[in-house]
Design a protein around this ligand. Structure first.
Ligand SMILES: [Zn+2]
Length: 412
């Protein structure tokens, strides 16, 4: 419930909150069609708490003092966040690490970390008296918006590539969202949503455009830091599409450092699929913005974007935290699904399993040392895309219902 204003992440200009203002007026003049968002606004809180609030519960009101809401009651009743941070000893041992944790954000109500951002956007829509929120999504953000919309009695309009996994489409339809499948890419859906919001006056939840998406996602960092206090992890591994989750996690740690609750900030490691690696390419080239990857493709649909909308801010946060960016193949992503599930009990969608594949790549490249403490952010549930996970396991055929048949099968 702190006071806050918005600050442009590029030029530093300050703005008071205004539902009609999503980006910096000055920097938006440099916006290229289909390019990364110019003039991304970040929330700057004043009067952050100097003590940890008690937030053992998943009730977001426990975090309200860290968030830009006028009243904790602005949050609809929706149990986003408060997810488990689990020590992964078996997985750590296999990787030669001492200290590895899983932040299991598949436990959010709609099954992905996107619930965190949608909850805050819904709270803000309520404060502004708006009744319709729209979003472009590869699937999870739209599902999250649909879910929280249902809880908040807020109409949700979701623009999603028609190729999105069926579970995500069925989920958002079940939540009662107005779903508009777009015959095109996520990037096409993003632009269409932008135009539709302008035309119909809807509040836009597009990630990297609505400043409260970054702010909502920071709660994952607050929870990680609170659970591990007084320690701070050395590295947090973050599956990366548009780069907003990474910017959100960075924001959370930055707020905690500003309030004196932590004394250092973890290095952030961005992981992208090889077929959709605009940020990794830009990082390797030392660039401050990414070039679009035309025809981007990956089994990890949640990470498949041609032009990461938050590339500029994401790359800056990687530099500031001493982080890095790595790419992983679809084969590595797929094999990480059963590896993670069978060692930790956490069933991840391909995008989320990319965190584990990325850790292996980073260890190999010497970007992470085995003595360091590492947190993998598991961003979405494997139930979101069962056909993808099915490619990574062998399904046994049926047996006759006899013990002999079972014995014969076990002998194989
Ligand atoms: Zn600006």
């Amino acid at each position: 419930m702190g006071d806050f204003h918005l600050r442009c992440s590029e030029c530093g200009r300050e703005y008071a909150e205004d539902p009609a203002r999503l980006v910096c007026e000055a920097c938006s003049g440099m916006q290229e069609p289909g390019g990364s968002t110019r003039g991304v606004l970040e929330v700057e809180m004043t009067g952050l708490p100097e003590r940890w609030p008690d937030f053992g519960s998943s009730d977001p009101r426990f975090l309200a003092d860290f968030l830009p809401v006028k009243d904790p009651q602005s949050f609809p009743v929706f149990a986003a966040g408060g997810t488990s941070l689990m020590r992964a000893r078996r997985l750590a041992g296999e990787r030669g690490l001492d200290r590895l944790w899983i932040k299991d954000d598949s436990r959010n109500p709609s099954g992905s970390t996107k619930d965190r951002a949608s909850l805050l956007v819904a709270a803000k829509a309520g404060e502004y008296g708006l009744d319709t929120v729209a979003a472009a999504s590869t699937g999870n953000a739209g599902t999250a918006l649909a879910a929280v919309g249902a809880a908040a009695d807020l109409a949700a309009v979701v623009f999603v590539p028609a190729t999105a996994p069926e579970a995500k489409l069925v989920q958002m339809l079940s939540y009662g969202a107005r779903v508009i499948p777009v015959d095109g890419t996520y990037d096409d859906a993003f632009e269409l949503c932008l135009a539709a919001c302008r035309e119909f006056g809807w509040y836009n939840r597009n990630t990297a455009l609505n400043p409260f998406t970054i702010e909502g996602k920071k709660t994952a960092a607050l929870e990680i830091a609170r659970t591990m206090a007084p320690d701070v992890p050395d590295v947090v591994v973050i599956p990366t599409g548009d780069g907003v989750i990474l910017a959100g996690v960075a924001k959370g740690f930055a707020d905690l450092a500003a309030s004196g609750l932590i004394d250092r900030i973890p290095r952030l490691l961005a992981v992208q699929p090889e077929g959709s690696a605009a940020i990794v390419r830009a990082w390797a080239a030392g660039a401050h913005d990414s070039e679009p990857v035309r025809g981007a493709h990956s089994i990890a649909d949640s990470l498949t974007v041609e032009a990461p909308r938050n590339a500029r801010l994401c790359l800056r946060r990687l530099r500031e935290t001493g982080g890095a960016a790595v790419s992983v193949s679809d084969a590595e992503i797929l094999s990480s699904i059963p590896r993670l599930a069978s060692r930790t009990g956490v069933f991840a969608e391909p995008a989320a399993a990319a965190a584990l594949a990325g850790l292996a790549a980073a260890l190999k490249a010497g970007l992470v040392d085995k003595t360091e403490s590492v947190v993998l952010l598991i961003t979405g549930s494997g139930l979101k895309d069962v056909p993808a996970a099915a490619r990574a396991v062998t399904r046994p055929g049926p047996v006759e219902p006899t013990l002999e048949a079972v014995s014969a099968r076990l002998a194989l």
